[in-house]
Design a protein around this ligand. Structure first.
Ligand SMILES: [Zn+2]
Length: 293
């Protein structure tokens, strides 16, 4: 709670409005300050609209390249607290991020569609958080580009008792009846993640008919989050150097426990967010069931 006046207190947004009525789209970058693919991709698209390379056919589009300006300036994930845990309006915001959330939520309120652009620390292919698998969100997910969507995080978090306090961009947007997805575009700072973010923005604009063109429909595999393994002991070790979204067959050894017993997967699925450096009691890896959409 150490908010001071020296923090950047202005959020920049840029809006383009067609003379023809249509859906209102909102794109958010750098909700986590150190994730730069969103800002970079958004600036590319803004430049293309300004130069006339892209023209709006209908509706409007608002861009917030940097949703957490102070954290972005410092190259940090957040300043006081994770903006994507407190993304809801509050009467008396105490922290920097709670104040940002109040402004950003009003932008969500004025939109029909919200896409939140992120990147991750680990290597791995891009994926989508399809936390609210409505018909519209599922159809948008198939247009976005990545081939994998994770489903069921809110339910899994609730089951393991971590879901009650948390609100992120998609949870707030879904509550306000908006179409919404969060995309993890790849590893931080890689040119590839900027390209993935750029293509996702273009595909979303096309999907809603805001610009010309038709996005390619992807064969999307939905990975249903099912199981979490918490680390019990530092002598436990992964059976192999798991990468995020590695597919596993039923009976494959996930890890060796402290007694030397092999812990196997109970079904065909995917290893999700393995963390080899987990401390005792922390989430060690997740397992999801795969299903072709
Ligand atoms: Zn993020």
């Amino acid at each position: 709670m150490k908010t001071s006046l020296s923090k950047i207190s202005t959020i920049s947004s840029r809006e383009f409005i067609s003379v023809h009525k249509g859906p209102k789209l909102l794109f958010l970058g750098a909700i986590h300050g150190n994730e730069i693919c969103g800002p970079k991709a958004i600036h590319l698209v803004i430049a293309e609209i300004e130069s006339g390379k892209i023209e709006l056919e209908k509706g409007s589009v608002a861009f917030v390249p940097v949703a957490n300006p102070q954290a972005h300036k410092l190259g940090k994930r957040f300043v006081d607290e994770n903006l994507n845990r407190v993304f809801a309006p509050t009467k008396n915001p105490k922290t920097y991020e709670a104040k940002l959330a109040n402004i950003l939520c009003t932008l969500v309120d004025q939109s029909d569609v919200v896409l939140d652009l992120h990147s991750i620390t680990a290597k791995g292919e891009p994926f989508i958080y399809l936390d609210f698998p409505t018909k519209n969100n599922r159809a948008l997910a198939q247009a976005l580009g990545p081939k994998i969507a994770l489903v069921g995080w809110p339910e899994l978090y609730k089951r393991i008792g971590q879901g009650s306090y948390s609100s992120d961009t998609t949870m707030y947007s879904a509550k306000m009846k908006k179409d919404t997805l969060l995309i993890e575009c790849g590893q931080h700072s890689t040119p590839k993640s900027t390209e993935v973010a750029y293509l996702a923005i273009i595909a979303t604009l096309q999907y809603y008919g805001v610009i010309k063109g038709k996005p390619k429909k992807q064969k999307l595999t939905e990975v249903i989050m099912d199981n979490v393994y918490f680390r019990q002991n530092q002598r436990e070790r992964f059976a192999k150097d798991w990468k995020h979204l590695d597919p596993v067959k039923k009976g494959a050894v996930l890890y060796i426990d402290k007694e030397g017993i092999a812990i196997m997967t109970p079904y065909d699925g995917f290893v999700v967010m393995p963390n080899a450096k987990a401390l005792n009691g922390e989430d060690w890896l997740y397992l999801g069931r795969g299903k072709k959409a």
